[in-house]
Design a protein around this ligand. Sequence first.
Ligand code: PLP
Length: 434
Amino acid sequence: MNLYSTNNKDLRVPFKEGVFNSLPADKGLYMPENIPVLDPEFISDLHLYSLPEIAFQVSKAILNGAIPDDDLQRIVNEAINFEAPVVEISGRIHVLELFHGPSLAFKDFGARFMSRVMAYFLRQGEKELNVLVATSGDTGGAVALGFLGVANTMVTILYPKGKVSPIQELQLTTNGQNIRAVEIDGTFDDCQALVKRAFNDPKLKERFRLTSANSINISRLIPQTFYYFNAYAQLQRQGFSEVVFSVPSGNFGNIGAGMLALKMGLPVKQFLAATNVNDTVPSFLKTGVYQAKPSVQTWSNAMDVGDPSNWVRIMDLFGGNREELKKVLTGYSYSDEETLDAIKQVHADHGYIMCPHTAIAWLALKQWMNDHPSEEAAGVFLSTAHACKFPDIFPEEIAREIETPAQVKELEEKIRVVVSLGNDFESFRKYLLG
Ligand SMILES: *Cc1c(COP(=O)(O)O)cnc(C)c1O
């Protein structure tokens, strides 16, 4: 299996190279050279398969031999070792819960698969991989827990001191083994700047094999297709044959994977791109003008993105044709006030508690259903994180009801280890050189 760059379709690199580079030198994004269309019989029989079985079949088709079957099976079994249930909220409206992994967010799918794919390639006699990640919360936890105990890797996570939630801090600091947590006396931007400088430092580059393991890595996109197929399988068991997916979107990796699944033959009626007030994509779909903007801070802060990094992948899937894209993609954008009202309403009407990102996807789905009253497809909004990760957002009477999952309770027992550094590069460099 080869990859091309969205900036140069004549460029061809093997999958392994795309995994370790993350980005092609021309600053495009890697895309699979061939997108396989799955056997229609496999699609109509999806209900017969479990999530790991689906994950194996789908990744095998995309990777097309880049990883031998036995190894791929083992990678899938280790990475996708938690559930992604579709839960009915009311009538045709369902939620796809993607928060049952170790970091309680959907990023576990991408991070766990990527780390194991990297480890697989590293075993072919390669130098130890040093992963540097700056995080404002969710990404760091998924990457840390994804790489935990993975041979031949060392992960250093930088986060702004005092600026991540208590659960996120537990996820970053209690790992031990090959995971190191560094709190920086500064902002998330400071953390990002330190990581960027490290990648350009000649001495560090010579000493270590550095990678960012970031969210545009192709090996994070592929595993995110699995849960779309698996959601469809669950809906088949309830008698549905078509589905509308509403996806809370920031960098558009999640919904991009859904659209990849569509191209592979999954019968999706419509995708809804649900954003907060950072509405670059919904505006583009309406006006035809793609205008990147500075990001605005909201309560759904994992979606505070003004220039979504995966957007070019979606345009590429549709050959740059906005009219074709609009047939299957509708954009919606909501304010913090609307988000909070949605959380309260769904709690009051259905006793279900949604995180703020999830609430935006519910709003979009509700709107689409209202506009298409005779539609028979199942409606599914994706829940990207567990509500307990955002304790400050909820009114007291709802916050009280949020249950702390077992994964978090286990972390509370563990010892926290964290190194504190200032926001100057020299201290960070010295720390890395040990
Ligand atoms: C990362 C994240 C998102 C946004 O996903 P994208 O793939 O960047 O669109 C939404 N919700 C939560 C909780 C996240 O962590």
